[in-house]
Design a protein around this ligand. Structure first.
Ligand code: FES
Length: 135
């Protein structure tokens, strides 16, 4: 499954104005995001952390394909949260069911950094088996 959840209203699109990096911990992998080559929204919102990491070959669990119908893409934003904007009400509702919730929790398929700073995401311990590089 992939794409957008048709039952959700249109969410405002965010686009980065300049290149930035996403570092995935504890994998220690850093991906550079080029605003001219954003993920197209096949896995979450266009330019989402999930889409950018998948495009770069970093596999993160995403059971629903990025349509905001699970919480398997749950990550912690360890740095750069201000550039990620606020979570939507729908994202907050889905996060409520996620294990090991923190104030820094986001769904990678809904989190679209605007490029004003680099971003560090941490994969929750319970979900690390599903993360790998170079798929
Ligand atoms: S992949 Fe299901 S909500 Fe993000």
């Amino acid at each position: 499954m992939r794409g957008r959840n048709p039952y959700l209203g249109a969410l405002a699109e965010r686009r980065p104005a300049r290149p930035y990096t996403i570092t995935v911990q504890p994998l220690g992998v850093t991906v550079t995001v080029d605003p001219q080559k954003l993920s197209d929204g096949d896995h979450g919102l266009p330019g989402s952390v999930l889409g950018q990491l998948l495009d770069a070959g970093v596999e993160i669990d995403h059971a629903c394909g990025g349509v905001l119908a699970c919480s398997t893409c749950h990550v912690y934003i360890a740095a750069g949260s201000a550039s990620c904007g606020e979570a939507s009400e729908e994202e907050e509702d889905m996060l409520d069911g996620a294990p090991a919730l923190r104030s820094t929790s986001r769904l990678a398929c809904q989190c679209v950094p605007d490029g004003t700073s680099d971003v560090v995401v941490e994969i929750p311990a319970w979900n690390r088996n599903a993360v790998k590089e170079g798929h």
